[in-house]
Design a protein around this ligand. Structure first.
Ligand code: AHR
Length: 694
């Protein structure tokens, strides 16, 4: 294979699918400062049991009439104990009325244990921080122990509990000295049955491993690092369907997600389980801050997933909630909500984007959205916050276009052939308002009995992203980049799949309680590559070939001074040779070529990676051309750093270009019939084509 090597003139001329283009130095469209981001909602236990680092499942027995709280799910008695859930007349808090009641008989060790989110990670050297509230007749030593299912005791702490009718919080820490080989571990709370008089009630039992940036009530380090690896610029949260809510009165009411955990009642998430709301608005904002992302704040738009729209007479309730939320996030201490935020210890955040609702065109929501819901939000928010970009929750270039003078959120779940066909999709977008691609993903293979280009709702999904699907996503992303003056940016969705419990596949990152199982999918690697090198100014491409199997964009980065080209090679059967030049990049310039590739149908195994990364240096020939090959189904970046751009063709210096132009016309005149001329000057060999493009 000659990939990423300089090709001989003969090889280049003989190659059937050679792609030749040149990149100008002026006249390209501007780009969005955002481009690549993350979309997140608590789906697939990706918040609770996922990014939110809490390790105890059902820690506060939260519930409602959707997911009843009268359950001891995830808790088991030990020894002679009997456990139940109770609503005491003196609960821990109004938000957390239900607690775990423990009784025991006889003597000996007794207690209860939690199974975690399908196990607990045990990592040597991690300091775990735990706490619980207790009231009732327990007087004595309580041991908390991280124990394997075959009884290896990895770490334990002793807590002296004094009997009281008042709820009292106890804290503990422990640090294992060895790693557990898997997550088949439980957290056991034990005490002498003789220390219990009557019963004791427990609530808000919590255990955190170390968290990202060491934040209290923080986020899981490896998953945050994985997201950070995507170099994301924006963060769309908290959904997705979750921002809508299942039905009245359950909507993502931000006021119930802030403040002490004892004040957060939880929320019946839209993905089959109760959300603790430990991962609340402040945690989302800290997450955005820690990964240096701008929030795209989803607000409830008076529409529920059961198709109920709030009547016009009541919509102001939800509009006011959004205004209050913005005041909480951005207001100073002179404002009611700003003052409350300050009292919680957080400075103001910046909000540049608000998305009103989610997919409001579905289920019959479009007419009310158009008639009064969106206008009510738009008018109120833009009046008070004129600098905020307000985004409608749906957009379709070809079809359902919201009738508003605002940005739209375009969602694209597709099969590869459909996605790969959309390189030029946004070329026709002419609105003055940039589009958000708030969700996109390949969700099925092209296989099966499908003949059309569209995915089939209800057809079998891919379990995880697969390589040719991920490359087709790269084509779509490059299509967005080529139009990035019209874009806010793009985010894959959903972000995470807990391998023990999911509703939506495929997802960008798979994980479970065991850190060694965290899997960065093939699509993850595509985004990481494309997002990791940013074009801040697109440059015009002179290319008279067809799009496919090669797709590409080119531009410059104003900060680094680099020239950049990004490529996707899709439906090719052999290596695709490229020959490209940049106006402003001269002979001898060196470019770093990075391409990633994998077997076409392959997927990443749990904890593993089949995506190969190849890097090489490509040197420009005398005419400034970079000649190299990329394999079928690959995604690549060629970056020529400012210091490596070569002499004689400085960007923007027309006198240099005049010299090259003269040389080119001479070359054209004298090219061989095959269209190729090889010129050797000293030890420098140049390849020239008679083709106008060169
Ligand atoms: O990403 C999963 C779901 O897909 C989102 O919640 C919703 O917006 C879309 O339908």
């Amino acid at each position: 294979m000659l990939s990423s090597q300089v090709l001989s003139a003969t090889a280049f001329a003989a190659a059937a699918q050679a792609v030749s283009f040149s990149v100008g130095s002026t006249g390209g469209n501007a780009t969005s400062p955002y481009q690549y981001g993350i979309m997140f909602e608590d789906i697939n236990n990706s918040g609770d049991g996922g990014v939110y680092a809490e390790l105890i499942q059902n820690r506060a027995f939260q519930g409602n009439d959707v997911y009843p709280s009268n359950t001891t799910a995830y808790w088991n008695p030990l020894g002679s104990a009997e456990i139940s859930v109770q609503n005491l007349s003196a609960p821990l808090s109004a938000a957390l009325p239900t607690s775990l009641q423990v009784t025991a008989s006889g003597s000996g060790t007794t207690g209860f244990s939690n199974v975690g989110f399908w196990g607990f990670p045990v990592v040597a050297g991690w300091e775990y921080k735990g706490s619980f509230y207790v009231s009732g007749g327990l007087d004595g030593n309580l041991t908390v122990c991280l124990t394997s299912n075959d009884d290896v005791q990895y770490a334990e702490a002793s807590v002296e509990v004094a009997s009281s009718d008042e709820w009292t919080q106890y804290n503990y820490t422990f640090t294992p000295t060895v790693d557990a080989p898997n997550s088949n571990n439980t957290l056991n709370f034990t005490f002498a049955a003789s220390d219990l008089t009557g019963s004791a009630n427990f609530n808000l039992l919590s255990l955190f491993p170390p968290t990202y940036n060491n934040r209290d009530n923080g986020l899981r380090i490896d998953l945050m690092e994985a997201m950070g690896g995507l170099n994301p610029s924006f963060f769309r949260a908290p959904g997705g369907n979750n921002v809508e809510g299942l039905r009245e009165p359950y909507w993502w009411n931000w006021t119930q997600t802030i403040g002490p955990l004892t004040d957060r009642p939880g929320f019946p998430g839209t993905w089959g389980y109760e959300n603790t709301d430990g991962l609340g608005l402040v945690e989302y904002m800290n997450w955005a801050k820690d990964l240096n992302m701008d929030i795209v704040l989803g607000v409830h738009a008076g529409y529920f997933l059961d198709g109920t729209a709030v009547p016009e007479s009541e919509i102001q309730i939800y509009v006011q909630a959004a205004l209050d939320e913005l005041e909480f996030l951005t207001g100073d201490a002179s404002t009611t909500w700003g003052a409350y935020r300050e009292s919680l210890g957080y400075g103001p955040w910046v909000v540049n984007f608000v998305e009103v609702g989610n997919e409001d065109s579905l289920g019959g929501g479009g007419p009310t959205y158009a008639a009064y819901r969106f206008p009510a939000f738009y008018n109120a928010i833009s009046a008070k916050y004129p600098d905020i970009t307000i985004i409608t929750s749906y957009y379709d270039v070809d079809g359902v276009t919201p009738p508003f003078n605002a940005s739209g959120d375009f969602h694209e779940y597709a099969i590869p052939r459909q996605m790969a066909d959309q390189f030029t999709y946004f070329d026709n977008y002419t609105s003055a308002h940039p589009i958000l691609i708030g969700e996109y993903a390949i969700i099925e293979y092209d296989t099966g009995n499908k003949t059309g280009p569209e995915w089939t709702p209800g057809a079998p999904r891919a379990f995880v992203p697969f390589w040719y699907g991920s490359v087709s996503e790269a084509i779509f992303l490059l299509g967005a980049e080529r139009n990035s003056d019209k874009m806010i940016g793009a985010a894959y969705a959903p972000g995470f799949q807990n391998l023990n419990r999911w509703e939506w596949i495929p997802d960008l990152i798979e994980f479970d309680a065991y850190p060694g199982h965290t899997t960065l999918s093939t699509s993850y690697h595509v985004i990481k590559l494309l997002s990791g090198t940013r074009i801040t100014e697109n440059l015009p491409i002179e290319y008279d070939g067809v799009w496919g199997p090669a797709f590409f964009v080119a531009g410059r980065n104003a900060v680094t001074g680099s020239h950049i080209a990004k490529f996707a090679v899709y439906n090719a059967t052999e290596e695709v040779p490229f020959d490209l030049s940049f106006d402003g990049v001269g002979a001898g310039a060196t470019g770093n070529l990075t391409y990633i590739t994998a077997p076409m149908n392959s997927t990443n195994p749990i904890g593993g990676n089949i995506v190969e990364t190849h890097t090489s240096t490509v040197t420009a020939a005398h005419n400034g051309s970079f000649i190299f090959e990329l394999p079928p189904y690959s995604v690549a970046i060629l970056e020529i750093g400012a210091a490596a751009a070569g002499p004689g063709h400085n960007y923007g210096n027309p006198s240099h270009r005049r010299g090259w132009k003269g040389f080119k016309s001479w070359a054209r005149r004298t090219a061989t019939e095959a269209g190729v001329l090889v010129v050797t000057v000293g030890d420098c060999t140049c390849i020239m084509m008679s083709d106008e493009r060169r």
